[in-house]
Design a binder for this molecule. Sequence first.
Ligand code: FAD
Length: 471
Amino acid sequence: MPFSAATLQSLQSIVGEKGFITDTKEIAPFLEESRGRFHGTCDVLIKPASTKEVSEVLALCNDEDIPVVPQGGNTGHCGGAVPKGGVLLNLSRLNRIRDIDPLNATITVDAGCILKDIQDTAKSADMLFPLSLASEGSCQIGGNLATNAGGIQVLRYGNMRDLTLGLEVVLPDGRIWKGLRGLRKDNTGYDLKHLFIGAEGTLGVITGAVLKLFPHPKETQTCLIGAADIYQLMDGYAQLRSVFGSDLSAFEIMPRFGVEIVAKHMEGLRDPFTRAYPWYAVVELSASRPDTNLRPALEETLHHLLEQGFFQNILMAETITQAENFWRLRESMSEAQKHEGASIKHDVSVPLSKIADFLTETGHMIQNILPDARLCTFGHAGDGNIHFNISQPVQMDKPEFLSHLPELNQIVHEMAERYHGSFSAEHGIGQIKMTEMEMFRGGSELEIMRSLKRTLDPNNIMNPGKVVPAP
Ligand SMILES: Cc1cc2nc3c(=O)[nH]c(=O)nc-3n(C[C@H](O)[C@H](O)[C@H](O)COP(=O)(O)OP(=O)(O)OC[C@H]3O[C@@H](n4cnc5c(N)ncnc54)[C@H](O)[C@@H]3O)c2cc1C
């Protein structure tokens, strides 16, 4: 339904000229999804500068049944922030660091703060905010919360659910829930913040958060491991974990194909080993105390694991540059895949004890259908999260390969489910995984979600058509 002039006028009077954009050229970049898969439309782009403005905008939209799509940095991979008409509510002007409390080890922020700015503010107080993603220079903490973002340090610090103590949320009818409590103990009924974390803007707009801070690590050690097979690699991981506990801050696995294509296509990167191995892992340990002798302890343990055959080869990073290059190997994997033609990608998780079986069995099933498909299965194995990516066979053209997409998606997602895993480990549902939501979360789970949605958003104005499929 097109907006009336009176509605537009009311919206403009709430947010002022700076926050009210109808110029189509100015709006255009906000309508594109980061990977170019979704193109949105909206009637107006609203950029509120305070929680009160968000509240007044939502109250008005609720009264007039106008859909509202919250948007952070628009870096999400599932089309969740892409509107289909109505109001696009971009939070970028709500970007104040409200408070930092080093003794309580918390920082209180507006939802539109860029993740990197929060990390930097924490660092300037000699503290660490550990969420770290490749999109950290542009994603916002509100988007990180709404997608329960994970990143590369989940193993030690957890994901956004674990990093959040309190929230401020504007409900669809404009009421403000002030839950900005920086408490580690608060047993006062239902823990409401978890309703909004991971809800992808379907239940309300997050406007502020109290986040946990940690001591800055005083020492970090990074190494690269070559392994003969995924079973030995994961068993080796368990050994490392039993020795180093929470000092083990990352364990990222990569297959031979992934390392090969990164070395082939990415400027300044090469295979650091002189021999090829079927599997690799980037391992990082960090300690909050400077005197833990982390390096000799790691070297001794790795030597032992090498002797026992868990690992085939090990390279310790001798310099910060070398450590960064090990990480770049891992982080360039998606980019390198673009040079190898089309890819079919999945973001799944399974229990750690099932990773090796899941990868082996699912890999066989894919190769039964496409014998020359090239598997680029890498990821945050320490948290059970695998990016199960498939690159097109060299001899096959792109349309033919992509015609297998539904079949391959089904295999990977069904196998994740069979292993009691998840078809969406860290990127969420958005509009891209609605079918899977129905398939794998149907029954009582989806019914509970639907009834929560109906209760909080009876007019279905918040990000309609995302996350929770209509019955
Ligand atoms: C290069 C790259 C690497 C990435 N790596 C990771 C990774 O390692 N781990 C990971 O988890 N993700 C990763 N992502 C995905 C993405 O960056 C995250 O999902 C991020 O948390 C999204 O933040 P955003 O501000 O861009 O949100 P947006 O994309 O703008 O929005 C995402 C969803 O959140 C909702 N939303 C946004 N702000 C609010 C708010 N204030 N209140 C309510 N709802 C809101 C939107 O409606 C939408 O549904 C990566 C993305 C890129 C481009």
